[in-house]
Design a protein around this ligand. Sequence first.
Ligand SMILES: *Cc1c(COP(=O)(O)O)cnc(C)c1O
Length: 414
Amino acid sequence: MQFADNPQAWHEVPPTAGLPLHLSDLLPGRADLAPAIADFLQVEHAQLESSGTAALIVALHALHGLAPHRHIVVIPAYTCPLVALAVVQAGLTLRICDLQPDSLALDTQMLSDMCDSRTLAILPTHLCGRVSAIHDIQAVAQACGAWVIEDAAQALGAKVGNDSVGSQSDIAIFSLAVGKGLSIYEGGVLIARDPAIRAACAAVSQRLAPARPLIEAQRAIELAAYALLYRPALLPLSYGRPLRHALYLDDWLAAAGDCFPARTVLHKPGKWRQAVGVRALKRLPAFQADLHQQAVRRLPQLRAINSITVLEDEEGKGTWPVFILLLPDRADRDAALQALWGSGCGVSLPFVHALPDYPYLQELIPAAALEKRALPNARRLAARILSISNSPWLDDASFSYICATLANICKRSY
Ligand SMILES: *Cc1c(COP(=O)(O)O)cnc(C)c1O
């Protein structure tokens, strides 16, 4: 799977551009991360949870408590499988909405047909840092009395005008997991505009997310190991080797990191991990500005490849952990993965499947969504999507090598 002419072959680029931790971030200390993140987002208040999924579960419980007669939650057909699992764990009913063609945005016509007086919430998603437009979705939500929860798990720092993504919706969640911008190994953040919703979320968290010292000890060790191993010379060990082993076994779900446990344990993140997050957060604005500049520099090279679609922000200014591309068809995409995934240059998949096509999710998915011809746009997107890391460790020569490889593969489609 290694390519002799791949200039990056000697080291390993992570699949997304996470903020590298400094060893000094790991010094002893105790802090509150939530107010620091509220400050970063320029919102009044933020609530810290043990993961993005935990934040979503807390949000759903809180909203259901405010409207017990509503129990349906609509999510996009191409997103993190944890989102579907969170809805089920919150005891609510899952509905899956297709995307617009060649887009990460919800199909608003289908969405509006799905929503009624039983709909609790709609979850538009800013996938991979790309900002989706949510006005139409807010209009659909308003028409049926549902709330909007923006899934900004991968978009901490993305803006619409001067506001953080999600700050104009009822609730937004962000992830602090490995590979998602700022990481404390596992963590999540929830923001809510309305004080009543905020209070409901705080009360649910109080009830469902106790301190769990054993889990916290494990997370602290994992965070320290992650800080040590997240560097080009050591990533072959922590990321590359398991990746290449999974690819050797043809296990794409393991290779893409798409295997998740059915239930998420909610707990309070400890003060030391929060202190690590507070120290690292100070470097996030400069880091994200560098990623933005690198993206601006590299996007034209990607757009110049014939027959490739580069997914961009619908509005606002996203973050750039990765570039998201659509290739002409599945054969080209799979050829690109064959050539590049596992070669150390940061090419990967955001998620392997549209939600109904994950074998381990199938018993949770509504029957209509399981039909072969359902959700055509999301399935076509999943078959053609590919991500390229925007890590600063991916040098220009390697990026050009990726572009040349993609151009070569897509030429065959003409
Ligand atoms: C990662 C992710 C989540 C879940 O966040 P965790 O912190 O991993 O629980 C939710 N939605 C999207 C779009 C994600 O990428």
